[in-house]
Write a protein that binds this ligand. Sequence first.
Ligand SMILES: O=P(O)(O)O[C@H]1O[C@H](CO)[C@@H](O)[C@H]1O
Ligand SMILES: O=c1cc[nH]c(=O)[nH]1
Length: 240
Amino acid sequence: MGMQPHIQLDGSLAIKKAIVVGDPARVDIVKSVLENPKDITYNREFKSAIGTFKGQKILVLSTGIGAPSMAIALEELKAIGVEKVIRAGSCGAMDRSFKVGEIMVVTGAVRDEGLTEKYVPKFFPAIPSSELLIRAIKQTKIPVKSGIARSHDGFYMDNNMEVEDFWSHKQVLGADMETSTLYVVGGLRGLQTLSILNNIVPYMESLAFGVNELVSGETQMKIGELQSIKLALAVLTEDE
Ligand SMILES: O=P(O)(O)O[C@H]1O[C@H](CO)[C@@H](O)[C@H]1O
Ligand SMILES: O=c1cc[nH]c(=O)[nH]1
């Protein structure tokens, strides 16, 4: 429960529910939906804030890009007493039906990153908390997709097109870089986890296209970003 070296938070916060986002700038977007939001710390990629939603205390933390920093965040969140973690992230479409600004609730993830097999063999499933998953599907007031995401390590790989083509023919809906770590490491540590992803890249488009638009645009993908955050907050606060 002591001060955690990367997230720079400790157990005195007494918070059990957290939203994690990749981009530190997205912490401010989550804050815009919270009541009484307050910044806490900003160390490396880990920016944090607290606030309330429906009267319940919520922690928001950015985890940066990729599996290792997500795993560090999860280990340290667990150490300060957090029990439920929902990722509000972005992804690229792996299926033509998945449109920009649409949201997917991730029911399972392909572990195509290098970290989680250091924790447990690859045949261990990357799945969310069934309780949070069911709540998300029941709670949503907007149409959402649900399905498999592929989490990977390499954004600029020479063989991106081939790899995406392979996985999209295995019924994978979206691609991100952190969900499999959230599900495997979070699951192993007894956290309840869920990943909700906003699609920012049309099927078979350049990855950079969507990432640039998300940073600068007032577009459908910004609306999707807010919707993914609102759904995550609704799921986190349903029980009390
Ligand atoms: O928007 P976030 O949550 O950062 O997630 C996605 O965006 C980053 C790549 O641009 C990766 O971290 C990927 O998973
Ligand atoms: O296509 C994408 C978009 C965002 N993040 C990814 O990992 N892939």
